[in-house]
Design a protein around this ligand. Structure first.
Ligand SMILES: O=C(O)C(=O)C[C@]1(C(=O)O)C=C[C@@H](O)C=C1
Length: 283
């Protein structure tokens, strides 16, 4: 089984794949759109991409690709604890306090915003495609006094020295990764799922007063629990949005089917992204 993920080796996404699919052949791609393309074109059996972080919120690129493109369904969600560390090339170890640039994925930089503001004010922050891409870059530029924000595995893999541990601003730092696949994917049996979820994207009829209220009512009076609602621009003009909704039940549940039918009969467009189990990993 081939798993495409946001690479290179030792990203948090790589860790999510290793935790859930230890026997998979892992193929790293440089960007999230590349991961989507790889699974659509059957280069890989599944794509694993970051979806939401507890501190920073949704990964917009993933949300937008899920809405605007035709993709295989979400088959599982893997929730991984995130610990960010500051690391430098061993040649720069004695001067790490004077780093000139700090490199990482935009979400990782944002998760450490207070730390960076307090300890490295004025230092240039550079966004790379992933935390591991930043670690790899630092390892390939030993002469530069630069640092990466990445995980422990990346420090090991790219032979960097961790100079500050756990620099994320809030302790409860977790990221949700989703697994997109054409067919059912077998998760590591020791990972137990706590609950099943369904994610949908809803577009409202234009300029209908109370339309969002009606959508939420379809779930509320059936006592269906929602765990997330978020709006994103439709990209057709200011004030035009779609809504991403997480339902804490399976699409096979008759009440959920009825709620979605009701929403569609109100003139809304509903895109079902998948009904899937949620798994937590310890590391
Ligand atoms: O850069 C990585 O290591 C990733 O897997 C991406 C990503 C993200 O997109 O949020 C994943 C987890 C962390 O929240 C930081 C970065």
């Amino acid at each position: 089984m081939k798993a495409g993920y946001l690479g290179p080796k030792a990203t948090f996404t790589d860790i999510a794949v290793q935790n859930a699919f230890p026997d998979a052949e892992r193929i790293g791609y440089t960007t999230i759109p590349d991961c989507f393309k790889a699974v659509i074109n059957n280069e890989v059996d599944m794509a694993v991409v970051p979806f939401e972080n507890a501190l920073e919120g949704s990964v917009h690129l993933t949300t937008d690709y899920l809405f605007h493109e035709t993709n295989p369904p979400i088959r599982a969600e893997i929730i991984v604890p995130i610990q960010q560390h500051l690391m430098v090339h061993p040649m720069q170890y004695n001067k790490w306090n004077e780093v000139e640039r700090i490199l990482s994925h935009p979400h990782a930089l944002a998760q450490c915003h207070k730390f960076l503001h307090n300890q490295f004010r004025g230092v240039t922050l550079e966004q790379l495609t992933s935390t591991a891409a930043a670690a790899k870059y630092v390892s390939e530029h030993p002469e530069s006094n630069i640092a990466a924000i990445a995980n422990e595995l990346a420090a090991e893999k790219y032979n960097l020295k961790i100079v500050k541990e756990n620099i994320h601003d809030y302790d409860f730092n977790h990221t949700r990764f989703i697994v997109l696949a054409h067919s059912h994917t077998e998760i590591l049996p020791s990972l137990t799922s706590t609950y099943e979820k369904t994610t949908i994207m809803v577009t409202l009829p234009s300029d209908r007063a109370g339309a969002l209220h009606q959508v939420l009512s379809a779930f509320a009076w059936r006592r269906i629990n929602l765990s997330k609602i978020e709006s994103r621009p439709l990209k057709t003009g200011l004030g035009h949005y779609f809504f991403m909704i997480d339902i804490n039940q399976s699409i096979e549940d008759q009440l959920v089917k009825n709620a979605i039918e009701e929403i569609e009969s109100l003139g809304c467009h509903v895109k079902i992204l998948g009904s899937y189990f949620s798994y937590h990993t310890q590391k």
